[in-house]
Ligand binder design. Structure first.
Ligand code: HAM
Length: 412
């Protein structure tokens, strides 16, 4: 027997309804902010991510699903920001549209050790706004993320923000952390000792408890920020305050991808446990240029859908499936009449189904109940003789006979 690949999931129909609810809510929220959907391919050149996320990023080092094709090296996309920037440049959107707001929903792939909340195929709902340095855009993007969570509905999450500053500031931050950690090097994990030499910032992102303990003692504030970046960050905070968005400034917050500059944020939920990030994002003001495009400021975020599902308060509220009408036809003649009846209902966009497994009336009623049917139609010999259908309202239990010509109106 074949088994699914570790770290992947079969999303079965019952759960798909919840996914559709989250997707629909997200689409509605994105359109409130004038974001348009984009669907880049799932495979990209691997080098796109090496370049964008950085050679020392954990994703690049350990987690890429690589596909060799003759001389080419492709990969299943581990995230979508780099793909979207590539698409922005390749399709000349910088020239035709300039500033653009895009959103996406789809699978991402990372070859991780599977555990709760950490999959090898997971899904992002994310957005990218490309072509502006305006701090008002940072505020709008964070408020969009906040609004999206509230609409799902999810509460008890924490928005943590920080500013890494521009490239020069990031270098300065690296130096500050390097100095602060020099004496503590032997206490850091093996990975962090390598990070200390290659990319000290990443130590702040280490999940190892001993390293986290040390990081918590570091006195990092905003000394690395140049006046421009300090002013930008202060505008962002002011904007968030004016919208009454709850957030916390976390000077230890860095992100594991090289492209981030300036504002970064993470949204955490304690119910998630060790993998507590529901979503994350930030500015990546150098990436468009780095990939061959113009000098364009940009910001975005992505939520992990599987993690959203773990913490939605009442996921059943997400169900968007149309109310079902369930037909029970009893006897051969009723069955063939029943098929025509179903066809008519479907042409009128009424969702309906029937029994194909030879159930008795009682068993079919039970089945209708299990399927959550709103109405049951009964068509037996008695009904055929009188040219009526029996309609049962499953919520009130009320039952009445109806002429076929009045049925559609009644159901609607
Ligand atoms: P990221 O932090 O790597 O950011 O991923 C965003 C979210 O995806 C995480 O907060 C988490 O909820 C979910 N996630 C990540 N890895 C896994 C996994 N293995 N299993 C389940 N869920 C996972 C990015 O990918 C950036 N592209 C976000 C962004 C957009 N920044 C700017 N624009």
């Amino acid at each position: 027997m074949f088994k699914r690949v570790p770290g992947t999931k079969d999303i079965l129909p019952e759960e798909v309804i919840l996914w559709q609810g989250i997707e629909e809510t997200s689409r509605n929220i994105f359109s409130l902010y004038n974001y348009k959907e984009v669907r880049p391919p799932l495979i990209e050149e691997a080098a796109l991510f090496n370049r964008s996320l950085g050679e020392s990023a954990e994703i690049v080092q350990k987690q890429m699903f690589l596909i060799k094709n003759k001389k080419d090296l492709y990969c299943l996309r581990p995230e979508a920001t780099a793909s979207i920037v590539r698409a922005y440049i390749e399709n000349n959107l910088d020239k035709t549209l300039g500033f653009i707001k895009l959103y996406y929903i789809g699978p991402m792939f990372r070859l991780e050790r599977p555990q709760k909340g950490r999959l090898r195929q997971f899904h992002h709902i994310g957005c990218e706004a490309i072509g502006s340095h305006d701090p008002g855009l940072d505020v709008e993007v964070i408020s969009l993320a906040d609004n999206l969570l509230k609409s799902l509905p999810i509460d008890d999450y924490k928005i943590k923000i920080n500013s890494l500053g521009c490239t020069k500031d990031k270098k300065e931050l690296n130096v500050i952390i390097h100095k602060a950690l020099k004496d503590k090097l032997p206490k850091l994990c093996a990975d962090c000792r390598v990070r200390f030499k290659k990319n000290t910032l990443r130590i702040l992102d280490c999940k190892n408890e001993a390293c986290r303990e040390i990081v918590r003692t570091l006195d990092i504030r905003d000394a690395h920020l140049c006046p421009g970046c300090k002013a930008h960050f202060s505008e962002v905070k002011k904007g968030l305050d004016s919208l009454k968005i709850n957030y916390e400034v976390m000077p230890h917050l860095v992100r594991g991808l090289d492209y981030y500059t300036g504002t970064v944020f993470e949204i955490a939920h304690e119910k998630l446990g060790a993998q507590d990030a529901l979503g994350a994002g930030g500015r990546y003001n150098n990436l468009v240029k780095e990939l061959g495009g113009p000098d364009a400021g940009a910001i975005g975020f992505a939520f992990g859908v599987e993690r959203l599902l773990l913490v939605t308060k009442s996921p059943t509220q997400q169900a968007t499936g149309q109310k079902l009408t369930y037909l029970i036809s009893l006897g051969e003649k009723a069955k063939s009449e029943g098929l025509k009846l179903l066809d008519n209902l479907r042409k009128e966009r009424i969702a309906c189904d029937t029994d194909y497994e030879g159930r008795s009336l009682k068993a079919a009623m039970r089945r209708a109940n299990d399927l959550g049917a709103r109405f049951v139609l009964i068509l037996g010999e008695n009904e055929l003789n009188k040219n009526v259908v029996t309609l049962k309202d499953m919520s009130s239990g009320e039952q009445k006979e109806i002429k076929p010509e009045n049925l559609i109106q009644e159901l609607k």
